[in-house]
Structures are given as structure tokens and as C-alpha cells.
Design a protein around this ligand. Structure first.
Ligand code: HEC
Length: 106
């Protein structure tokens, strides 16, 4: 299964690609945080996979208000290989025209 198919099957119910948010921050809002904190895909993918496996507020790359608003993400019971594949797909969705500060498209 491709990363996109994994997203469709396991993530889309809560994470839309673009605002408005469903039950979780849209994918475009997650990506810039990982880009900023981890300059490279490998480290970002392992951080994401680790979070999805055992979500924990102390591991979050988001502002604390996000967890207050949506609650903590439930753990994903997927094999490591699929967690890494969907995390890699998420990293690849980065859209440089998305302005996190203004929270809109330029
Ligand atoms: C039941 C709803 C739900 C599902 C399903 C879900 N998420 Fe989430 N996710 C959330 C919520 C709520 C947050 C924001 C709070 C948090 O970070 O825990 C979040 C946050 C995240 C974050 C940011 C973590 C952080 O705080 O640093 C990533 C990355 C993520 N999700 C990826 C995924 C991927 C990939 C999938 C599918 C494999 C997925 N999520 C499925 C609800 C969900």
C-alpha cells in the first residue's frame, strides 16, 4: 500500500489535507513544524512514527493549545513499516506556499 493509501485508510477520518480542520490539525499544518524542527526527512519520519505509535504530549511538535483543542491523538496500531511509509508521505506533502503564520495560502 502506498503512503497516500495508508493516509486515506487510517488518517483522513481525522486529518484533512487543508483547513478547515476535522478532528485534528490538517496535514498542511503539521508539515512545516517537522521541516523546521528536523531539517531532514529521516529524522522527521522517525519522530513522526514514534509519535503515532505512542502519542505523548512531551513528544509533540505542535503548540500546547493544539492538544488542548483536539485532545491527544490515539495510538496507531500499524506495523512500523507502514508508520514510516505514511510519515514519509506526510513529509513529502510539504507545500512551501502555505504560510503557517497567516494560516492561509499566499
Ligand atoms: C482519531 C483521530 C486521529 C487519527 C485517526 C489520526 N490522528 Fe494524527 N492527530 C490527531 C490529533 C487530535 C492530533 C493533535 C494532537 C496531538 O498532537 O496529539 C494529531 C496529531 C498528529 C501529528 C502531530 C503530532 C505532534 O503533536 O507532534 C501527526 C504527525 C499525526 N497526527 C499524524 C497522523 C497520521 C499519519 C495518521 C494516520 C496514520 C493519524 N495522525 C491519524 C488525531 C488523529
Amino acid at each position: 500500500m502506498s503512503g497516500k493509501q495508508l493516509y486515506r485508510r487510517n488518517c483522513e477520518v481525522c486529518h484533512s489535507m487543508l483547513p478547515p480542520a476535522k478532528a485534528a490539525p490538517p496535514i498542511v499544518r503539521l508539515d512545516p513544524h517537522y521541516r523546521m524542527l528536523y531539517g531532514n526527512k529521516e529524522d522527521a519520519v522517525s519522530a513522526m512514527a514514534s509519535f503515532m505509535k505512542t502519542p505523548d504530549a512531551s513528544k509533540s511538535v505542535l503548540m500546547p493549545q493544539v492538544i488542548e483543542r483536539f485532545g491527544l491523538m490515539p495510538a496507531m496500531s500499524l506495523p512500523d513499516e507502514e508508520l514510516e511509509k505514511v510519515a514519509g508521505w506526510l513529509w513529502d506533502q510539504y507545500d512551501s506556499t502555505y504560510d503557517k503564520q497567516r494560516d492561509c495560502y499566499r
